[in-house]
Design a protein around this ligand. Structure first.
Ligand code: 5GP
Length: 207
């Protein structure tokens, strides 16, 4: 057991905002972080592996997980389910590590409602709309229909950005700087005075 209170940092942002790369770098520069593997009903893309990128479930399996309360948050996107398994979240915060969730903005809202100020919502965005579209098209793994679906969704999400706790621009070619911005947020959140209650009781007891 540990005294450290694990926090949940929700990193949202449209596909193409570069979340995956930035969070990978964040893990390299800060080891108090556990990244939870989500469950999805979509099929694996080439190069993806079960238990690494996602836990791949059938729709029926996913629906029974929801029904049994085993999913902390979930969303439907391009006709597939995506969600965070409660077991993954518990495993990480119980070890005193912070949890990083790379999820859709509505999923972030669900976690915030559940965890209150233990949940910090951060939105990562590309510098501008043209760069976002370029990043999506460069990936080259999807149909035009899927790309257009992602772009439409992105526009909706960006409108919600103003409601987040933090908004972080991921400048092209500057993933490391972006990860460092996230680390600054994480460190500052741990120093918020109201989280120090136990520390103060322990180290400055009243006589
Ligand atoms: P992709 O198909 O590109 O892997 O993911 C599509 C979208 O689903 C991404 O924007 C990603 O952030 C979101 N997503 C992945 N895992 C989860 C999850 O566990 N919960 C929620 N709400 N969204 C997720």
């Amino acid at each position: 057991m540990t005294d450290r209170v694990g926090l949940v940092f929700v990193i949202s942002g449209p596909s193409g905002s570069g979340k995956g790369t930035v969070v990978d770098i964040l893990r390299e520069i800060y080891d108090e972080i556990g990244v939870s593997v989500s469950a999805t009903s979509r099929s694996p893309r080439p190069g993806e592996a079960d238990g690494v990128n996602y836990y791949y479930k059938t729709r029926e399996e996913f629906e029974s997980l929801i029904k049994n309360g085993e999913v902390l948050e979930y969303t439907q996107y391009n006709s597939n389910y995506y969600g965070t398994l409660k077991s993954e979240a518990d495993k990480i915060t119980a070890s005193g590590k912070d949890l990083i969730l790379e999820i859709e903005i509505d999923g972030g809202g669900q976690v915030k409602r559940l965890l209150g100020d233990k949940c910090i919502n951060i939105m990562l965005i590309a510098p501008d709309a043209a760069e976002l579209e370029r990043r999506l098209r460069d990936r080259g793994t999807e149909t035009e229909e899927a790309i257009l679906g992602r772009l439409a969704r992105a526009k909706e999400e960006i409108k919600e950005g103003i409601k987040m706790d933090y908004l972080v621009v991921n400048e092209t070619g500057k993933s490391r700087e972006c990860a460092e911005k996230l680390l600054t947020i994480i460190k500052a959140e741990h120093m918020r005075a109201h989280r120090a209650e136990n520390y103060l009781k322990k180290n400055f007891p009243e006589n």
